[in-house]
Design a protein. Structure first.
Length: 279
């Protein structure tokens, strides 16, 4: 580990050329910009190549079950609101196994930041279609093409009024780091869906494919306009917008404790009254 960097330098197990490397760089740049000391940061992740990302950053990490990064992140934030809480996983883990938790987190609007590595494929389990794989795209286990319409997480999040909705691209590290900073500073549930190439199992949506299509949203986009945000969320094909699609003024989930639960002292008089109620 490099002592010069508070977040460390680690040897990874990713394929050379994987978009995860760039996302990790963006995350570290964002944490540095936010001036968050490692002991004040928690990353919760599920299962998959993307879910390994927090293992390669020197912060607190909870690595849980497939699709279960958000419930753990929610519990951590409720138990210690002083921590900056992030959840990080892939599109399969986040929108497949974890789809129900994704919807619940939007509804609650709890103050956590969700970074989803979206490579439109299941990478760890060797290339079957994920919830975001385009219909008709051939994969190792769908040789005749994915049969279902893809799930659009951004459109769902905008429609449900999530706190903050953005799309990033692993090939634009500086821009992605800025999105993560903005998401972490926004009070409420923040989603960043990050487009990334999978060099091993997705030969269609490559780095060059994204580079030709992705463009940054300009100042003319009103992130407070839900209709405009939904329009951008649905834009996919020859052009793909990246940036902040939507920001809501919904208050975050609460009330929650103002200090860590571990530091709280029980009120014995209240406890005594509760016990007496069972007599």
């Amino acid at each position: 580990m490099n002592a010069q960097t508070p977040y460390g330098e680690f040897e990874t197990a990713w394929c050379p050329g994987c978009g995860n490397f760039s996302i990790r760089k963006a995350v570290v740049a964002a944490l540095t910009e936010l001036a968050l000391p490692p002991h004040k940061v928690v990353f919760s992740s599920g299962i998959g190549q993307a879910a390994k990302a927090p293992h390669y950053i020197r912060v607190n990490v909870f690595n849980g079950l497939h699709g279960r990064s958000l419930p753990a992140a929610t519990g951590i934030k409720l138990a210690n609101p002083e921590l900056a809480v992030f959840a990080e996983s892939g599109d399969g883990c986040s929108y497949g196994e974890g789809g129900n938790h994704f919807l619940a987190a939007i509804r609650r609007n709890i103050d956590i930041t969700y970074i989803v590595h979206d490579n439109l494929i299941y990478g760890l389990t060797k290339g079957q279609a994920s919830p975001t794989t385009p219909k008709g795209q051939k994969t190792k286990t769908q040789p005749h093409g994915a049969p279902s319409q893809p799930f659009n997480p951004l459109a769902v999040a905008v429609t449900m009024g999530a706190g903050f909705v953005a799309r990033g691209f692993a090939g634009d590290i500086e821009h992605l780091a800025g999105l993560i900073v903005a998401a972490a500073r926004h009070p409420g549930f923040s989603l960043i869906d990050v487009l990334q190439p999978c060099v091993s199992f997705n030969k269609v949506n490559t780095f060059a494919w994204y580079k030709e299509r992705c463009y940054r949203l300009g100042n003319d986009h009103d992130s407070a306009d839900r209709h405009a945000a939904l329009e951008k969320a649905l834009e996919w094909g020859d052009t793909i917008p990246i940036g902040i699609l939507w920001k809501s003024d919904r208050p975050p989930f609460g009330p929650i404790p103002k200090a860590p639960l571990a530091a709280a002292e029980p009120d014995m008089a209240v406890l005594g009254d509760i016990l007496k109620s069972y007599e």
